[in-house]
Design a protein around this ligand. Structure first.
Ligand SMILES: Cc1cc2nc3c(=O)[nH]c(=O)nc-3n(C[C@H](O)[C@H](O)[C@H](O)COP(=O)(O)O)c2cc1C
Length: 300
């Protein structure tokens, strides 16, 4: 039997699949349940310094081959999140704390608390496409990205992952500014919108949102390939993974681990075990013994 084990920034994973930030991960019990359903790790909902209610509905819309969302980074605030991390950790698998903020000081405050709560790594949301002053506004400012990551790397022990946005002109400029991060996570959602033609207005209350799901898979693969080739950094691939073939494409493009978000909506919680068994059968039939052999296998 081939081994699905992989390692990312020193964190051992039973298989390459993790839950992406924003899907069933604001609550400790739902995270624990996803881990029991075969995910190797979970990434929490992005948590900030203070509680945020987010936008009024509609905040999510189904579109062909994906979802459009503008949730508005609703979250309970870091001071109220320790219990949820503790419950998720009961599954005995890694929990990655996703955090956001507007300044290096915000990131440090929230990151320190996540570390104290027992998170195994931090994932910095430098890429949410629809909230002013945080997310991709921070992530498209190279000086600020460098300052945030420098500060965290000096003062935090656990690995720091930088989640980058596809909504920039030159992703390499931001990746270079984030070069002290231990890994890159690519991609967050792609900016988009939908119109209700009978109501003659945007579908989402915020008008603009982020597109996820199969519609963005090939955008994600391209960024993983480019960053693997140009930076050599460990990469976590995310965007439109819904079948084992998608997962293998991402691995061959250079990802060492993967995250699934929208696929949990479209396929249910069984998606983790289904994709893992598909990867395993593929490896067996192709004579591949370990995930390592797949990582970057298609990069020229
Ligand atoms: C409803 C929803 C909420 C999300 N919330 C977050 C979030 O809080 N932080 C974050 O970094 N990414 C968030 N994302 C982006 C996902 O983590 C992921 O990067 C993106 O959806 C692409 O992966 P997918 O096609 O597998 O969903 C969210 C996505 C969706 C659909």
């Amino acid at each position: 039997m081939p081994s699905l084990k992989t390692t990312i920034t020193g964190i051992g994973l039973q298989n390459p699949l993790m839950l992406a930030s924003g899907i069933l991960d604001e609550n400790g019990y739902t995270m624990k349940n996803i881990l029991e359903c075969g995910a190797a790790a979970v990434v929490t909902k992005s948590i900030g310094r203070e509680e945020r209610t987010g936008y009024r509905p509609p905040i999510v819309a189904e579109v062909p081959d994906g979802l459009l969302n503008a949730v508005g980074l609703s979250n309970p605030g870091i001071d109220n999140f320790g219990n949820e991390v503790g419950i998720a950790l009961q599954a005995g698998k890694p929990v990655i704390g996703s955090i956001f903020g507007g300044t290096a000081d915000d990131f440090l405050y929230v990151g320190k608390k996540m570390e104290e709560y027992g998170a195994n790594a931090l994932e910095l949301n430098l890429s949410c496409p629809h909230v002013l002053g945080v997310g991709s506004e921070v992530g498209s400012d190279p000086e600020l990205v460098e300052e945030i990551i420098g500060e965290l790397k000096n003062k935090i022990e656990i690995p720091v992952w930088a989640k980058l946005s596809p909504n920039v002109t030159n992703i390499l400029e931001i990746a270079n500014a984030a070069s002290k991060a231990d890994a890159f996570v690519v991609i967050n959602t792609v900016r988009g919108m939908a119109i209700d033609i009978y109501a003659r207005r945007p579908v989402l209350s915020n008008a603009y949102g982020g597109l996820s799901g199969r519609a963005i898979k090939n955008v994600g693969i391209r960024y993983v390939y480019q960053l693997y080739k140009e930076t050599g950094k460990p990469i976590i691939g995310v965007g439109g993974i819904e079948a084992y073939e998608d997962a293998i494409e991402y691995l061959m493009a250079g990802a060492s681990a993967l995250e699934i978000g929208t696929g949990v909506y479209s396929k249910g919680k069984g998606i983790f075990s289904e994709i893992n068994s598909g990867i395993s059968s593929f490896m067996e039939s192709e004579g591949i013994a370990s995930i390592k052999e797949l990582v970057g296998a298609a990069v020229q």
